[in-house]
Design a protein. Structure first.
Length: 444
């Protein structure tokens, strides 16, 4: 007689009990399908972690991984004869194919994610058992939203921006958060002869931190030669005859507009960098998972980075926002913590165990070259100015993850075959925890 056990709840006890109660029967030989959407820091780490546990499909708009925290160092810094140092570039820009062994790479845009598949711009539909959304965030900084498909195209694009910055004598940075402060500090450090302006809508810089940090940062920037203007809400940036003119209105101490009818203009400059905030790239989730998005578009996840009601779908990196009631830091949690948490959960399911405490990247099977922790970037941006990294994803990564963690990627070869027992356990967990389709959904 066939017996059926129904488990209620998909938490640690729920999925642990489910896989424990049915550990021996019904093995399936096909690999579990995992889709990683986005090939940034979180996506690349997940591929390395999951590549030998399941069949992983990485979907990214470009064919390479780039270490974004160092972009400003090249864009704003001095280069040899205006060219790109090839050795430097190879450290930070790695083709995805170098570290994908058992899975596959698809270069395309993801337009929609459903509870069981990923739909691409080309119309292709990729079914999954697990989906890991690592789409990251965008900004108004021109070199952060690159459309270059190949590493060589990206190199040419970066060189163009570097020459543009080098030829500009007067530059205005808009936004006094972590990104704006970092860019202004690198500019004034690398180009001491340039006029650098920093415009911020709040009364003090770094408003999400304490007043002491904000005042100290402003003092250090002004001592270095940066002209800081606070309580100025930028309304428009006009371009005429090769010059940019920043238009603004006065704001209160929290950045609110006092009188939008009064518009003033700043001195024209050669280049403007808009560093105001970040925008989560979560458009592919909006149609089917709008209840999991907050007003700004960030994904609300539980302590295991799962979407509510969808335990096989995870959000990691910049887009993930954990519920403040969990007692963890709200907002942009660290990529490393996210990868450790999700990898631990998947390995626990695969090994037919429950989550254990104390997992980290060193025991998750990621090669040492990829996670070699050093403190190389003490001189970068905010870390230099206020001596702390708490709360800044980019600075945290640039200080904690040595760029050469990705080298030599030619040595990173997972030849271990996909363990069928592990896939069998994951399949059982998925069968017991995925939301069941309703009759209405089936008929549709």
């Amino acid at each position: 007689m066939r017996r059926m056990l129904i488990g209620v709840g998909a938490g640690v006890a729920g999925f642990g009990g489910a896989v424990w109660c049915d550990a021996k029967g019904g093995r399936r030989t096909e690999p579990v399908r995992g889709v990683v959407v986005g090939g940034g820091c979180a996506g690349a780490m997940l591929v390395l972690t999951m590549d030998h546990l399941m069949h992983v499909t990485l979907v990214d708009k470009k064919s390479y991984f780039e270490f974004t925290p160092v972009l400003k160092e090249f864009m704003l810094g001095q280069t040899k004869d205006g060219g790109i140092d090839k050795d430097w570039f190879r450290k930070y820009f790695i083709p995805h194919k170098y570290y994908i062994n058992n899975g596959r790479l698809i270069i395309d845009d993801v337009v929609e994610i459903t509870p069981d598949s990923v739909i691409l711009k080309s119309g292709q539909k990729i079914p999954f058992d697990f989906c890991f959304v690592c789409t990251g965030s965008g900004s108004n900084i021109p070199w952060r939203g690159s459309t270059a498909l190949t590493v060589s195209d990206r190199a040419q694009e970066m060189q163009k921006y570097n020459k543009l910055i080098s030829s500009s004598e007067k530059i205005t940075v808009i936004g006094g958060g972590a990104t704006g402060v970092e860019h202004a500090s690198v500019l004034v450090r690398e180009h001491p002869g340039k006029q650098v302006n920093l415009v911020h809508s709040h009364q003090r810089l770094l408003p999400v931190h304490g007043a002491k940090s904000g005042h100290y940062t402003q003092r250090r920037l002004e001592e270095a030669g940066v002209k800081v203007t606070t309580m100025a809400k930028v309304t428009d940036v006009a371009y005429d005859n090769g010059k940019f003119t920043v238009k603004y209105t006065h704001a209160d101490q929290d950045g609110g507009v006092i009188d939008e009818r009064i518009i003033k203009e700043m001195e024209p400059v050669d280049f403007v960098m808009d560093c105001r905030g970040i925008k989560p790239a979560t458009g592919c989730l909006r149609k089917n998972f709008s209840e999991c998005l907050d007003d700004e578009g960030f994904v609300t996840v539980n302590e295991f980075n799962q979407l509510t009601g969808h335990p096989n779908i995870f959000a990691l990196g910049d887009i993930a926002k954990q519920d403040s009631s969990l007692g963890k830091e709200s907002g942009l949690a660290y990529v490393v913590d996210h990868v450790s948490t999700v990898s631990s959960m998947i390995r626990a399911i695969a090994a037919n165990n429950t989550i254990s405490e104390g997992n980290n990247l060193f025991n998750l099977g990621i090669p040492l070259q990829f996670i070699h922790l050093v403190d190389q970037y003490d001189h970068v941006g905010t870390a230099q100015l206020i001596g702390e990294t708490r709360g800044y994803l980019a600075t945290y990564l640039s200080r904690k993850l040595h760029s050469s963690y990705l080298l030599p990627l030619n040595d990173l070869r997972f030849k271990e075959p996909v363990p069928l027992e592990m896939n069998s356990n994951m399949r059982k967990w998925l069968d017991k925890n995925r939301p069941q389709k309703t009759e209405q959904t089936k008929s549709a």
